[in-house]
Write a protein that binds this ligand. Structure first.
Ligand code: IPD
Length: 277
């Protein structure tokens, strides 16, 4: 049977590539940096321009589809996932990297129908790596099939995480205490690319065994979640239940054993959900 969402996915890949060119060009130029939720939550005109480009183009081609976009939500749009086909967009994941010219910056497009993720596109545009995942059809990077690492021993693993976009001392205590516990398991290393989506693509590609973070948003990990699961990985909540796209928390790992081992070390907390009224 023909794939009902192939056309949408092809469009997403083409748009991510086009958006990536815009982002790459903008890295070379001066940019105006603005602040969002905190003094370390940055946004630029490029974030806004790229999101506009994607939404306008998709609306023309698929007029009934819905959107959840990082910058639209920042501008006051609701962040509600319905059963309608919905494009979940992070125009520039790794905005801080982008501002500083640190080379991990991604255009992320996730797509959900009936609240289930159907495909994800993450274009790491400085590296020129196009990651894609289609439910039931595998995950790829520049056309090469992706497979998670087969490591089952956390002490032989690299784990990725981030410090996030808040500097609230109570939150930082939990972040550091978790990092300390994970490091002292011990693991081979703790890494952070500065982009949730790229960290998760590293899990899918097998160079990192696991990634966890609390405080991210649905647009940071919707697209890469499909890529991880299609590369054979697992996704869960930081307290061990199923991943909840609106919860702002995720563990992505190569296997169940490693995901559950990470969960044991996490000092969990619940930020305000993305779909909170
Ligand atoms: C951020 C990045 C970062 C993560 C933050 C995200 P943005 O996304 O993914 O790695 O630590 O939690 O908000 O703001 O650059 O799209």
């Amino acid at each position: 049977m023909a794939d009902p969402w192939q056309d949408a996915m092809d469009h997403a890949v083409a748009l991510a590539r086009k958006a990536g060119t815009l982002v790459r060009d903008a890295v070379q130029n001066d940019m105006k940096v603005m602040l969002k939720s905190t003094s370390v939550d940055l946004v630029t005109q490029t974030d806004q321009k790229v999101e506009k480009l994607i939404i306008e183009s998709v609306t023309k081609k698929f007029p009934t589809h819905c959107f959840i976009g990082e910058e639209s939500v920042a501008a006051g749009e609701a962040c509600v996932l319905t059963d309608s086909p919905t494009w979940i967009i992070d125009p520039v994941d790794g905005t801080t990297n982008f501002v500083h010219g640190y080379p991990f910056v991604a255009v992320c497009i996730g797509f959900a129908v009936n609240k289930q993720l159907e495909f994800g596109v993450v274009y790491s545009c400085i590296e020129d790596k196009m990651y894609t995942g289609r439910k039931g059809k595998g995950a790829f990077c520049n056309g090469e099939a992706l497979q998670v690492s087969d490591q089952r021993d956390i002490t032989q693993s690299i784990v990725a995480s981030e410090f996030g976009s808040t500097r609230d001392p109570e939150v930082m205590d939990k972040v550091f205490s978790t990092m300390r516990k994970v490091l002292c398991l011990p693991v081979h290393g703790l890494r952070g690319a500065g982009s949730a989506a790229i960290n998760m693509c590293h899990v899918a590609a097998g160079s990192v065994e696991a990634y966890y973070e609390t405080g991210i948003h649905c647009w940071d990990f919707a697209a890469s979640a499909v890529i991880v699961s299609e590369a054979g990985g697992v996704l869960m909540d930081v307290e061990g239940g199923p991943m909840d796209l609106m919860s702002r928390r995720v563990v992505a790992a190569n296997c169940q054993v490693i995901a559950e081992r990470i969960v044991k070390e996490i000092d969990a907390f619940q930020p305000t959900r993305d779909d909170a009224p």
